[in-house]
Design a protein around this ligand. Sequence first.
Ligand code: GLN
Ligand code: ZN
Length: 764
Amino acid sequence: MQTQVLGYPRIGSQRELKKANELYWAGKISKDELQQVAQNIRRQNWELQQSSGINLIPSNDFSFYDQVLDWSLTIGAIPKRYQPLQAIEELSQLDLYFAMARGYQKGDLDITAMEMTKWFDTNYHYIVPEFYKGQSFSLTSLKIVEEYKEAKKQGIETKPVILGLVSYLLLGKAKEEDFNVLSLVDSLLPVYVDVIKRLVDEGVEYIQIDEPFLVLDLTVEQKAVITSFYHEIQARFPKLKVILATYFGDLGECTTWALSLPVEVLHLDLIRGEEQLDKILNEVPLSLKLSLGVVDGRNIWKNDYQKSLILVDKAVQKLGSDRVIVATSCSLLHSPFDLASEIKLSSEIKQWLAFAKQKVNEVSELAKLVHIADRESVDYYRDNKLVHTNKRESKLIHNTSVKQRVKGITESDSNRKDTFSIRQPLQHKALELPLFPTTTIGSFPQTTEVRQWRAKFKKGELSAQEYEQLLKEETARAIHWQEEIGLDVLVHGEFERNDMVEYFGEQLEGFAFTQNGWVQSYGSRCVKPPVIYGDVYRSKPLTVFWSAYAQSITSKLVKGMLTGPVTILQWSFVRNDIPRSETCTQIALAIRDEVLDLEKANIQVIQIDEPAIREGLPLRKAEWASYLDWAVRAFRLSAAGVKNETQIHTHMCYSEFNDIIEHIAAMDADVITIECSRSQMDLLDAFAEFNYPNEIGPGVYDIHSPRVPKEEEMLHLIKKAENFIPSKQLWINPDCGLKTRHWDETEKALIAMVHVAKRLRKES
Ligand code: GLN
Ligand code: ZN
């Protein structure tokens, strides 16, 4: 019984690669030193997989920044603007590569980075290839060949991983109008052949070709190109064994066609697409082997051997064990490195978890178990079973009163008392806001001092009292400064928060935090998502203290600031024993209680941030409606308990709204603030077309840059916004929170922004 891993995390168990990359970018270590760190990581990863008994170990899954960018460099898809860099002698190919990822500014050269976007529905971001009409390609980097040889030198046979030709093209962006990226197939194919030939010449037996697009709905044309690509590869390299890897979903209507492709192995993600197995087993041709992705590459739960073996046994019965491979569902890139480095997690929770290193072991144990008739006699099988029994019954996970409360939710719980048209005049009367009210999105600069206080407090170098006092002073400064410059709705500044999800997770029941559960988000940036392990509830108020304090020192309105249920869910590792929608509803109830407590504490404006609502959309459009239904309902449930006079805001960033505008409207927030300035207000088009009835604050300046916007620019944007949205519905605010900015630029920008609002009021 063979085993395979589709890819392994490459940031290193202690984020060595992140640190080394950043040192290299700062000019503090040499290229050779950086290469050494990379080599160590690769060697450790390969050795680990080999010693766990994995047969098909990936190579070329390592990347300094991103595997899609690696591929762009391999096949020579280097946008023209980087040409000047290729002429500079002291710049290596690695420097060119980093310039493509991060941009290049030196001397008179100022070259922008390539765009970055989310890798399917993960939180990993890849560098988007750029395509032009008539573009030519040529083999430019031999990384893939070198890594294969490097492993071989260490006595480890690997399967190089490449991105399928059509998937690669579809991941990219056509930079010219009226041109179909598939028209580049003919010029790109010879480079694929060239790469593969070099691998075959080195003795490669297996290659893994990733085709994640097979889990999306493909057009007839796309399918035809894929078909001929695999026929071409088979014709040219008849002895090469191709593993066609699909993941992140089931093959759906692509199934029958995918089974007809001339490859050695078809890999299936059975975590996301368990139901597809039966159909596939009925249709699989004799020539094809199946790789069963039963170990979840995207979550942190220990595999349930009993459950996985039902699937594997079924396949083995039908195909025989030499035609079945046990595998991870997708690359382990999306899992943290090693559970062993978690020493603070409670042992009860820890026993339920598996990170990348443990998952490799699971793959190998599962393969061994297939041949064992008396599984109960195997200790790791019994242990695994026990863990899952106790997990099903654990008091830590299951809370009857939470479950009951969820069951008792009625339709009216997610409806405000009256409609917006009734609420609006009541709110205007209660809040007495001017036309074009000004506000900010919540956070103010998290200065080095603020971060240091938190660090010292966590280390015990500051007492709770001292820490609180410092935060109070910082909050008071922020409040008084906002009063002084004439903002209308103030914020307390979020100085007490490390991160908008972590802060809430840390205070809610049902969440655990890892010390080292880092996952690569993009380049050297890693995130450490909280783990939602149990029924979520709120045992005490979360934010009331700070909001009430801020409100107590000003006669102006202070806006309460909460993270919404969908965003908390989306940016955490979630349970796999109940549907995401149920956890989301539990979080919504906790936030609802918080909203009501804020209202009781005399907070009349409450913002519930949902920046992640759009990124939660399923890959297949057919599944959007059901997701949007529960996601919007959860938001409404969190907000709807308040009286008509209380104004509910929401905030969203980096989103397009065109295709989900009716659902955004269904959230029924009294005010929505959105990131808008970079799109020059074009995002408002969707709101206008829909006749969006509630109030909107389209961001009037980009907070991602230290640049202070000119009044005229903001004025121009608002004038533009008025073409879409009636003035009486408009708010004036920045694009997003200001925590990454410095105070001096923040001060200048907001003073100008308030001034713009005053000018507008005078004019109208
Ligand atoms: N209230 C949060 C802040 O201001 C919102 C952050 C976000 O939208 N990403 O930081
Ligand atoms: Zn934002």
